[in-house]
Write a new protein. Structure first.
Length: 462
């Protein structure tokens, strides 16, 4: 007799599929290996088949066939998530969204794209309209818009525009249900939170509508400071300075410098440093603020060249590449390349005592935690967040750092779990399990990531 998978395959005739070992392995992994804990838990998990739909019709055929044959499916964008969000725990089908990537519309202040659109490609498409995404993760070159909404948080631009779950960050999501006759549901307003950061457990995001920002000519700077707290105070002041249009405020412990090989010519040993993006016409004004904080500018790149480097139209030999690719969780990537024993945490220092909390964390965890700060502006306040490097020893030590930080008033999101309920990133009070019953009635989407669902459906069955 034919297996469910064989029947699925027959139903998907004409859609691009792959089931060779290399494709399956590649499509079944993300960047969970940043975590020594997830590495053990998730290594070797894989799907049985990969599909690459190009249209909504193909996507609907996939959703219907999975529902009919009860085959689990895991949606995948760029596959750059850090928590194993896109790793299939129960085999089945991976749906690679990257060919589902058209622009629906762009106008001043708004744009709508199919969910598989790559974020760098989106900015290239918006550029002729004088617009850009308000913010993007440092994985702009790989990540998809749908993957960012379903599994990401913030990035370059968040120093002005905040985080993905803040009211106003996403205007609308179109979601496809996984059932014999898939439906399209348009979510707007607070309903967006039902599927935001839900790891694709409750519907396939098909289109994303976001507000856009006027594109600036972003110049890049590296600035060094006497010590970490001096750099942190500068970061706070710069982010507070609403009159300066900025895209990146990233502050680093001097000990991180040696891991960022291509930045070496611009870093001084023993000096903390800031990685910045500033609207070019205001770069001279920024120099005043830098001088106030006794900073020393060691790298200046004009906006035209910075954009050409990011857009890939200017290839530099041995140059640093886009500076945002040293910040956010790219810092961890660079560090792990040189020292595989490194991992990271996710911390946020709530106002009004952000700088005090940072100073406390720097002292308290000095020996095995190297801080870098990614400044955000949220709800009218400056909120430094950070993805500090941790010299990993044991799980107990990692948990103790998180517990001590929490007790001190620092907000911790544990990145070492693939279970949505444990992540703590969002205590969003959104009815995700309820929406899952509607959008994924057979419980086929990314099984094992949302525990409340399994418990609730078991209760219902009993
Ligand atoms: P994927 O990893 O493919 O998917 C993420 C989750 O979303 C999965 O659960 C998947 O099932 C689900 N999903 C994907 N597409 C859909 C869809 N259409 N419908 C429903 N569910 C879907 N994150 C940040 O927020 N900010 C950063 O600055 C940042 N920096 C990073 C740096 C590095 C080096 C790395 C490795 C990761 C970083 N991340 C960062 C994490 C990640 O890159 C981003 O969150 C990114 O936006 C994820 O997009 P993706 O397309 O790769 O998603």
């Amino acid at each position: 007799p034919l297996s469910a998978l064989d029947r699925l395959r027959a139903d998907l005739a004409g859609i691009a599929l792959a089931d060779d070992q290399a494709s399956i392995r590649m499509a079944s992994r993300d960047f969970f290996w940043f975590s020594p804990i997830l590495k053990v838990e998730l290594d070797g998990k894989h799907a049985d088949l990969v599909a690459m739909p190009r249209s909504k019709d193909e996507l609907a055929r996939i959703a219907a066939a999975c529902a009919r044959h009860r085959v689990p499916l895991t949606i995948r964008g760029g596959g750059t998530g850090n928590y194993g969000q896109a790793v299939p725990l129960a085999g089945g089908l991976i749906v690679d969204m990257r060919k589902f990537d058209r622009m629906v519309f762009a106008r001043r202040g708004a744009a709508r794209f199919e969910a598989g659109a790559n974020m760098l490609d989106i900015d290239k498409a918006l550029d002729p309209h004088g617009q850009e995404l308000r913010f993007h993760p440092s994985t702009r070159a790989q990540a998809t818009l749908g993957g960012f909404v379903a599994g990401g948080a913030a990035g370059a631009g968040s120093c002005t525009w905040g985080q993905i779950d803040n009211l106003g960050a996403v205007t609308a999501l179109e979601v496809m249900t996984v059932e014999a006759e898939p439906k399209l549901i348009e979510l707007r307003g607070n309903d967006i939170l039902k599927v935001m950061h839900a790891y694709g457990v409750n519907g396939i995001i098909t289109e994303v509508e976001v507000p856009t920002a006027p594109a600036h000519d972003w110049a890049e700077r590296i600035v060094t400071f006497d010590n970490f707290m001096a750099a942190a105070r500068f970061g706070q002041a710069f982010t507070e300075c609403d009159g300066l249009a900025k895209k990146l405020v990233s502050i680093h412990d001097p000990r991180i410098g040696p891991y960022l090989r291509r930045l070496q010519p611009y870093l001084d040993k023993d000096r903390a440093f800031a990685v910045l993006m500033i609207s070019e016409p205001q770069a001279d004004t920024l120099d005043l603020l830098i001088a106030d904080h006794a900073g020393k500018v060691t790298f200046r790149r004009g906006a035209e060249e910075a954009k050409a480097v990011a857009f890939g139209t200017h290839k530099e030999r041995g140059g640093p590449g886009p500076l945002y690719e040293y910040t956010w969780n790219h810092t961890t990537l660079h560090a792990m390349k040189m020292d595989p024993s490194i991992t990271y945490l996710q911390l946020r220092y709530p106002p009004p005592d952000s700088l005090k909390l940072i100073a406390w964390a720097e002292q308290q965890f000095h020996d095995d935690v190297y801080l870098h700060l990614e400044f955000q502006r949220r709800h009218g306040q400056v909120v430094p967040s950070s993805l500090p490097l941790v010299k990993y020893t044991t799980r107990e030590r990692l948990e103790r750092i998180m517990a001590e930080a929490t007790a001190a008033g620092i907000q911790v999101s544990n990145p070492h779990t693939y279970v949505l309920n444990n992540a703590g990133w969002k205590q969003i009070k959104a009815p995700q399990p309820e929406f899952k019953r509607l959008a994924d009635p057979h419980g086929l989407m990314n099984p094992g990531k949302l525990l409340g669902w399994e418990a609730a459906s078991q209760e219902a069955a009993e």
